[in-house]
Design a protein. Sequence first.
Length: 103
Amino acid sequence: MNSTRTLAVGAVLLAVGPAGPPAAAAQDQVTIHRDPWGMPHILAEAEEAGFYGLGWAQAEDQLEFILTMFLSARGEAAAAYGAETAPRVGNPLAADVLGAHVG
């Protein structure tokens, strides 16, 4: 996998995605502390801020995986990675059925 390409795609997705005032407000209301084992502990003033912190901590830990699965779910992994090196998500039929039920 080409990490540079994944990070570039991630930067574009983050730049295009919604990042208006709610995200800025949530950012000011959350604190993420990591213990000696690296486990994130999220302290938030509101539920929205807690979910913002959860997403932030998950992105810190697994950004490349999240972006790879995002591209695979949209059917755009081959465009980013190339047809031969695109990650495969198990059984395509099972992925389609899961996608139909989840969203």
